[in-house]
Design a protein around this ligand. Structure first.
Ligand code: HEM
Length: 426
């Protein structure tokens, strides 16, 4: 259903060279003029593009009318064929009670306050060690590859009890899953080694449970009315490994770029203030939680999310037919002036609650509390230990990723004068 049969406007893809921090200007224009419009997606499917905050929130919140079955990025990733059958344990494409069975066990193991409290010292240690390594190597670094990816990789590995030395398995699988050029064969070749490896972990931890999230999910499953199969446990654990590092690393890198860039050069992030938002955050650490939330509003869900209409309905006054696809332009919605004042400005003091950057409704991000914790520890530690941190390249020379729904810089050169020692552990 919904294969193109007519000439339709092509879904505007972000023009990052002109607009490195936000959606293409065309998306903003559509939100103002045609907030629900039929478009052709990069993968060839047609869909209704939805850009207003209220409409995007309504769709995400109603899984009875709008199913997750196509997969969250079927409009971007050709290998995510929206018509393919749902595999055993592929919970991201399930709805209703079948989905809740997974969510019920995933959510608490990842996002419960007690788990986050236990995770914080680990994240602090990882961040301090990485900063010590940067300091030992000199006075400049590539933030995304040398810092952000190692930090978020070590965190998700620590959460699931996967050694850092085995990261290649889930890095390769994520690169294949999030690559728009990957074939279904390529996906299988990159995910099978990870699935085999995680299957081994599940079997080992059934016998010798540890204090990691995989062991705890096995324990919860065994105590539930409908225990998970090994395959289902593998899909849950591998899903967390695959989704749990580059999303946060990229948001952090994009966010740091926005904090450090000179507002006069960018014409965007700190535009009304004139000074760098970095200075503001450094001077007032009480802004940290707001800054993290603002990162999620400003950069979250940039590629958009796909859903399928399950019954004839309407959204924003536009009739939609059963079987139609919709694409939710989350980042454009999160810059809707009907909800956020001066929305194009990155404001680390903003109260950005209510944003949709981690999604909304049943499928909203399972790892959002982990991501918030990581971003908050990173920003707190960087502003404290490397106050002189600055960009080591012009904005125009920063490369951006292409062909992936994980939108952001591919590399971020930074430099500094001095790195202060780590404080006492809490
Ligand atoms: C700043 C970082 C992150 C952002 C912006 C982000 C964004 C999102 C969004 C928008 C969704 C909703 C998808 C939908 O409704 O179809 C989502 C789902 C998901 N996220 Fe995240 N995420 C981040 C970090 C993480 C982390 C650290 C983890 C793992 C610990 C994670 C694991 C997941 C999983 C497993 C799902 C699928 C949930 C489901 O379909 O039930 N994410 N994320």
């Amino acid at each position: 259903m919904s294969r193109p049969t007519e000439e339709l406007p092509a879904l505007p893809t972000p023009r990052l060279d002109e607009c490195p921090f936000g959606p293409a200007p065309e998306m903003t224009r559509l939100r103002e003029t045609t907030p629900v419009i039929r478009v052709k997606c990069p993968t060839g499917i047609t869909a209704w593009l939805i850009t207003r905050y209220a409409d995007v929130r309504e769709v995400l919140g109603d899984s009875e009318r709008f199913s997750s079955r196509p997969g969250q990025a079927a409009h971007v990733l050709a290998h995510m064929n929206p018509d393919r059958p749902v595999a055993e344990g592929e919970f991201t494409r399930m709805d209703g009670p079948a989905y809740q069975r997974f969510r019920h066990h995933l959510g608490p193991e990842i996002g419960m306050p007690r788990r986050l409290l236990e995770l914080r010292p680990l994240v602090r240690r990882i961040v301090d060690e990485r900063i010590d390594a940067l300091a030992a190597a000199g006075r400049s670094a590539e933030f995304y590859g040398d810092f952000a990816v190692p930090v978020t990789t070590a965190t998700i590995g620590g959460l699931l009890g996967v050694p850092y030395s085995d990261r290649g398995l889930f890095h390769d699988a994520a690169a294949a899953m999030f690559g728009s050029a990957t074939s279904e064969k390529g996906i299988r070749a990159s995910t099978e080694p990870l699935f085999r490896y995680v299957h081994g972990l599940v079997q080992e931890r059934r016998k010798n449970p540890g204090d990691d999230a995989i062991s705890r999910m096995i324990g919860r499953s065994a105590a539930s009315a409908e225990p998970f199969s090994d395959t289902e446990l593998v899909m849950m654990s591998a899903g967390l490994l695959i989704s749990g590092f580059d999303t946060t690393a990229t948001t952090l890198t994009h966010g740091l770029l926005a904090l450090l860039v000179d507002s006069e050069e960018s014409g965007e992030p700190g535009k009304s203030g004139g000074s760098r938002e970095w200075e503001r955050l450094r001077a007032d650490p009480s802004l940290l939680p707001a800054a993290v939330e603002e990162f999620a509003r400003y950069f979250g869900g940039a590629a958009g999310l796909t859903r399928e209409v399950t019954e004839d309905t309407e959204i924003g006054g536009q009739p939609l037919a059963k079987g139609d696809y919709v694409v939710l332009a989350v980042q454009t919605a999160d810059r809707d002036p009907a909800v956020f004042e001066d929305p194009e400005r990155l404001d680390v003091g903003r109260r950005a609650e209510g944003h949709l950057g981690f999604g909304y409704g049943p499928h909203q991000c399972v790892g959002q509390q982990t991501a918030r914790l990581e971003m908050s520890v990173v920003l707190e530690t960087l502003t404290r230990r490397i106050p002189s941190l600055r960009l080591a390249a012009d904005l125009a020379d920063i490369p951006f990723k292409t062909g992936t729904p994980v939108v952001g810089p591919a590399a971020l050169p930074v430099e500094w004068d001095a790195v202060l020692p780590a404080g006492e552990d809490e």
